[in-house]
Design a protein around this ligand. Structure first.
Ligand code: IVH
Length: 669
């Protein structure tokens, strides 16, 4: 290829790659796969290696490149990067609008707004000279920030070259402002990795994004997969409104808030606020409120500034997700498996719009990690609708009267000894007949994912146990209306309803039933696998530990726990009482399939498909895939270079299939 031809190809490749970046990051739609896009990038890398003189700074190959810096250079912002004043309620918002109306009564009549989410990241200023990204700078003190261009270049949602705006010449220098942030998903991934490496965890996505942007080595920032969302275009393109500014930003190649909206009244702004608050948890990034701006740029300018913030804009914050309070006590709760969970009893405090007075501490290790004592002032945090967590202790506020918490040596409910197994963090009550455990087991049996009995909540269960109308969960299925009528709060109608609900719940799928037993280490997923592999409860009861362990997804802990459960005489008696009262439905078999109900294991490599595809085909056709050779195995599919599994299968006399025969079998099914 001549240099001239190479240049033409390079230009085309750059345009094409930019086109797909734009589709993906700005318009949220991909036309080609990641693999195909990578392939285009690869070709570009190779051409540029061949003709290094053709490499330009706006080439997508230049996102991660360059050497690590030793310090950050300072960048002076041409116009200061401002902050926003906050509103915390509808009244605050109302007051803001009234202030603007007083300032300019003439404008008041035609006041309209542009609203968008307020992302919890860090503000960034991007400078493009002759269309090419030259500087990415942090806000700093608002007047002078730090040059972090090397890291900004790694962000795919930042265009390296601006896209042309039809009919408008591109100014020689263009500034774009927006927020750099991490998605919640990426944040979780980073922390999971840090946990694995035994490194201290990051506090929140915002700090992590800030830390990533201040890395001297761009490779670090690139790994973090940072995002950029544009919210302002300080350069004059002739735009008259903020709405228009957003439209221009998109055309230039930037992602803007997909939820942003033009509002003609305060009422609409408030509606937007509530709509965003509602979908907040579902958004991919953390937000802390909405930003409301006067839509007309001329008016926005006329309103001027108060302190470091423009009068024409305001941030409406969501209720705090964190608050400080005092841990008044730590008490131990007992779970259905006997695990003791320490729970902090808090001085009631408002967090994210609701009162919080309890927080789980999970286990003693967590208390040690936090360095928490009874009486400490702490920071509590609520993530979504989940139970609040204590995230930090403020030791400077101690008085000296705080007390150290120790796990009790005896169960707080039944007084039996507690123990801690070497391999686990939890302490357990050793008495399986403990009333505390029993109650929790009842709650579990009737819960949504188990028997799902409507109207049988903890309060009623507690009463039924206290009045000795029930002693084992089997008694639920013999409850009579007359008995329920003896309880507080029951009338004929409600008693009848509950008896009817129990009648319906008597029919249960095998998977739900296994889950309902509340066997330690047997969660919902494991229960489904067990039901599919064994097909009947009887077969599961008779399974050996080896057979259990051979099932994909059933670990040694669950296998041992199941074995121990069925070996226990009290459990056997309970099952004898319960089984005649209920109807268990076996998982549906796919009929007419040769694979239905059969178990498969693969060894060696297959030629015609991947191992995963083969496994999926088996499952689709009603078969199961297990992970070790045992008597339970029906077929061993033998690929190239099969190992010890083949020998073991031969010893046990298990049928082996060549890949060809296996393919034939699935085609026939
Ligand atoms: S407009 C005058 N829009 O919030 C400043 N800011 O408290 C104009 N922020 O430093 C900012 N999302 O980093 C605006 N959609 C958004 C925003 C947003 C987040 C941040 C920004 C700014 C801070 C102001």
């Amino acid at each position: 290829m001549t240099k001239h031809e190479a240049k033409q190809r390079i230009d085309k490749l750059k345009k094409e790659i930019e086109h797909h970046r734009y589709l993906y990051h700005v318009l949220d739609k991909a036309e080609i796969s990641d693999a195909a896009l990578d392939s285009l990038k690869n070709e570009l890398v190779q051409l540029e290696e061949q003709f290094p003189e053709l490499v330009t700074s706006d080439s997508p190959t230049q996102r991660v490149g360059g050497e690590a810096l030793s310090t950050f250079a300072k960048v002076e912002h041409q116009t200061p990067m401002l902050s926003l004043n906050d509103a915390f309620s509808e009244e605050d918002l109302q007051a803001w609008v009234e202030r603007l109306q007083r300032l300019d009564p003439a404008a008041a009549a035609k006041l309209d707004f542009f609203v968008e989410t307020k992302i919890d990241g860090l503000a960034m200023s991007l400078i493009y000279e002759n269309g090419v990204l030259t500087i990415g700078a942090t806000r700093g003190n608002g007047r002078v920030g730090e040059d972090v261009t090397h890291n900004i270049r790694t962000i795919e949602s930042v265009p390296l070259r601006l896209r042309p705006i039809p009919g408008r010449p591109l100014p020689a220098r263009v500034e774009v402002r927006g927020e750099v942030y991490l998605t919640k998903k990426m944040f979780a991934q980073i922390n999971a990795q840090r946990k694995k490496n035994d490194e201290p965890l990051y506090m929140n996505p915002r700090n992590t994004a800030a830390g990533s942007i201040r890395q001297l080595d761009p490779k670090m920032a690139a790994e973090r997969d940072l995002q950029f969302l544009a919210y302002a275009l300080p350069t004059d393109f002739g735009q008259k409104t903020h709405k228009e500014e957003h439209e221009l930003l998109q055309i230039l190649g930037f992602r803007t808030d997909p939820d942003d909206r033009f509002c003609t009244s305060l009422k609409e702004v408030i509606q937007f606020y509530h709509a965003i608050a509602k979908k907040r948890e579902k958004l991919s990034c953390q937000i802390d409120g909405i930003v409301v701006q006067v839509n007309s740029n001329a008016l926005f300018q006329r309103f001027g500034m108060v302190g470091k913030a423009p009068r024409g804009a305001i941030a409406v914050k969501f209720p705090a997700e964190q608050a400080t309070t005092v841990v008044e006590d730590i008490q131990v709760q007992i779970g259905r498996t006997g695990a003791l969970t320490p729970v902090a009893h808090l001085r009631p405090v408002q967090v994210a719009g609701s009162t919080v007075s309890r927080a789980t501490l999970h286990n003693i290790d967590e208390i040690h990690r936090l360095g928490l004592k009874i009486g400490d002032t702490v920071i509590v945090e609520k993530a979504g609708d989940i139970i609040p967590d204590i995230v930090q202790v403020l030791p400077n506020l101690r008085t000296g009267r705080e007390r150290t918490f120790r796990m009790p040596k005896t169960c707080p409910v039944c007084g039996s000894q507690t123990t801690r197994k070497a391999s686990e963090v939890a302490y357990y009550c050793t008495n399986s007949a403990c009333f505390g455990q029993q109650k929790e087991r009842f709650y579990h049996v009737v819960s949504k994912k188990a028997f799902d009995i409507d109207g049988l909540g903890p309060k009623i269960i507690d009463q039924l146990l206290e009045t000795q109308l029930m002693s084992t969960p089997a008694d639920i299925f013999t409850l009579k209306e007359e008995e329920l009528l003896q309880l507080e709060g029951f009338a004929e109608k409600s008693a009848q309803n509950l008896v009817n609900a129990i009648q319906v719940a008597r029919h249960i799928s095998l998977a739900r039933f296994i889950f309902a037993l509340g066997i330690r280490h047997v969660g919902e997923q494991t229960a489904v696998m067990l039901a599919e592999c064994f097909g009947s409860f009887k077969k599961l009861q008779q399974a050996t530990r080896e057979e259990l362990e051979a099932i994909h997804d059933v670990g040694p802990a669950a296998a041992e726990s199941l074995r121990a459960y069925f070996a226990d005489t009290a459990n056997q008696q309970f099952l004898e009482q319960l089984l005649p009262l209920i109807t268990i439905t076996a998982p549906k078999k796919i009929r007419n399939s040769k694979l239905a109900g059969k178990s498969f294991l693969f060894t060696g490599s297959l030629q015609s498909m991947t191992r995963e595809d083969a496994k999926n085909r088996v499952r689709e056709l009603g078969g199961t895939v297990i992970s070790t050779v045992s008597k339970q195995l029906d077929y061993l599919v033998v690929g190239d270079e099969a190992g010890s599994k083949l020998e073991k299968a031969k010893k046990l006399g298990i049928t082996t299939l060549t890949e060809k025969v296996f393919l034939h079998m699935i085609r026939e099914s």
